[in-house]
Every structure is written in C-alpha cells, then in structure tokens.
Design a protein around this ligand. Structure first.
Ligand SMILES: [Fe+2]
Length: 310
C-alpha cells in the first residue's frame, strides 16, 4: 500500500471490502486502532493554478460539470472537507474545478469543464464530469488532472491539482511526481474504480485551514463499525445496507441527500456486536441523484458510502 493518510486508507478499505469477507475488514479496522490518526494537510500543486484558469466560472447545475455531453469516460469525484485537525468537517466551502476535455483541450472562451460547487451541510462534496484528456507540456504529456481552488468560508484559497493512480505520465511530470515537501503530490493521486453504472468513481478528502463543525473524537471510527456494502448500486425502489457493529452501542443508519439533509433514518437502536442488514423501501417521491448512507455509533458518524438513485 502506498503512503497514504489514514482517511484514504479507510476509504480504500471500504471499497476493497466489497467482495471480501467482512472478517478481513474487521481485522484491518482493529489493526488501525493502534495507530494514531495520520491527518495530512492537502498540499499545493507545484504548478499552481497553471495557465488555463478562467475567472467567474458558473455554479454547477445538478452537480454536473458543464460539457459532459461531448462523449468520454463519465467520472464522479467526491469527498469530504476537514479542518487541519481532521476532527471537524467544513460545510459550505467553495470548490472551483476546471480541467481539459476528454481530448486534452481547455475551453478558454466558455466554461465547458469549469464550475463551482460547495461542500454540503455535512461537509461532503461531489461532482460529475468526464475524465480529462492529456495535453502536451513542452514535449511531454501532463498526466490527466483536475484543477481545484478550495475556499473554506472566511479562509484562504488552496489551489491544487488531483491526479489518478496508474497514470504512466505521473513519474515524468515535474509536479505530479513530487513525493515530499510543500508540493508533495502523493496524497493527491487517487484510485478510480468503475461503479455498476460503468462510471469511474474516485474519493478525495481535503484537509484545509478553516472553521469546521465537530464530527466527534475522530471521524471514521471503523473500529466501532462500518458499512460493508450497498445493494444494488445504483438503486431505485429498495436499498439493502450491509453493515457491522463491533461494540455494543446505540446504532443508527441514515440517508442524506446531496445538500446534506437527512431523508431517512432506517435504524436507531442499541445493538450487540455483529453483522446486520438494513432494508430501505425507497419512497417513490425520492428524486434521482446522489445520496450518502451514514452509519452512526453512539451519535458519532463512523462511516458512510455513496449511492445513486436512478
Ligand atoms: Fe491543467
């Protein structure tokens, strides 16, 4: 495993859990207890904002980056924004993204593949776009990347870039290959996985100076419990949530919509350690789109997974 912060490790574990025995996941979760959380601030990119930023980009509509009708690989990026302690999440941070189209060109006249979104009331963000193509920087292709300007309310903007694991142009790129110091890019190279709808998905949490709201002693206590799997994904009329509780505790499962409003609380009870399933009869009135299923143990959110309603 690459050098990664604890949270990325947890995310990867969560993704890797699908198809693996839950014992493996539990063992990994327990092993983590002995390690102090490694909370790594998100770094600047060595190339800064680059030459292709356009002022006053539009707000994203339905979390979609404009320009996604041209063909290419659908890509969903999501994550949560934390303050520098990683014990607080930051709602309403501005997230300004821009990138090349699937052919490797920037739209420098209009706003295709440019837009602004915000972290929601729970500190989560999400946007849909197409995987950026590559463009030449001198005689060398830059690895595929997405530019970000992240601004927590009342705090400074962090300008950086996000890369994708396995890109063969990373080692030769002057920015993406840096693996230590102020411009360390190693926390900004994320794995992408195809979901059931054949879209690439990647998770990237951002750790930044800002004013946050407490999420508890630590955020993702998978030593207390975790969600193993959501079935099916995408879902329509019914969603099954497979989860584990590792200590006797008050347990609740909730579903939040993209703006962070709770749309359902499925379970709320004191439960013994074990593996459980929750079933959600999805109301017909629920709008299509992205949702977060969250597991709370003793009122502390310990884990979440995303699900798409189709
Ligand atoms: Fe770029």
């Amino acid at each position: 495993m690459h050098k990664k912060d604890r949270r990325n490790f947890l995310k990867n574990t969560a993704l890797a859990t699908i198809g693996l025995s839950s014992t493996t996941a539990i063992a990994k979760g327990k092993a983590l207890q002995d390690n102090p959380p490694d909370c790594v601030p998100t770094t600047l990119d060595y190339f800064g904002e680059g030459p292709f930023y356009s002022d006053n980009p539009p707000a994203l509509i339905d979390n979609k980056v404009q320009g996604t009708d041209v063909g290419g690989e659908p890509l969903i990026i999501s994550g949560r924004i934390f303050d520098l302690s990683c014990n607080k999440y930051i709602p309403n941070a501005t997230i300004d993204v821009w990138h090349a189209n699937p052919s490797g060109d920037y739209d420098n006249r209009g706003f295709n593949f440019r837009g602004v979104t915000n972290s929601n009331e729970q500190g989560f963000y999400l946007f849909e776009t197409l995987k950026p193509g590559k463009y030449l920087n001198g005689s060398q292709f830059r690895p595929a990347h997405i530019h970000f300007k992240i601004t927590p309310p009342g705090f400074n903007t962090l300008t950086t870039q996000l890369y994708f694991e396995g890109d063969e142009d990373i080692p030769s790129d002057a920015a993406a290959s840096i693996d230590s110091g102020d411009f360390d890019a190693s926390q900004r190279i994320i794995p992408l996985q195809k979901n059931a709808a054949n879209q690439l998905e990647g998770t990237w949490d951002i750790v930044i100076n800002g004013e946050g709201l407490p999420v508890g002693i630590n955020d993702l206590h998978i030593d207390k419990g975790m969600i193993y799997e959501l079935l099916p994904t995408p879902f329509s009329n019914q969603l099954t949530i497979k989860y584990g509780v590792f200590k006797k505790a008050k347990v609740s499962i909730s579903v939040f919509n993209i703006i962070g409003k709770r749309v359902s609380e499925l379970t709320s009870a004191t439960m013994a350690p074990g593996k459980y399933e929750a079933f959600w009869e999805v109301p017909d009135t629920l709008t299509k789109g992205h949702y977060f299923v969250s597991l709370s143990i003793n009122d502390l959110q310990v884990h979440y997974l995303k699900a798409i309603k189709q």
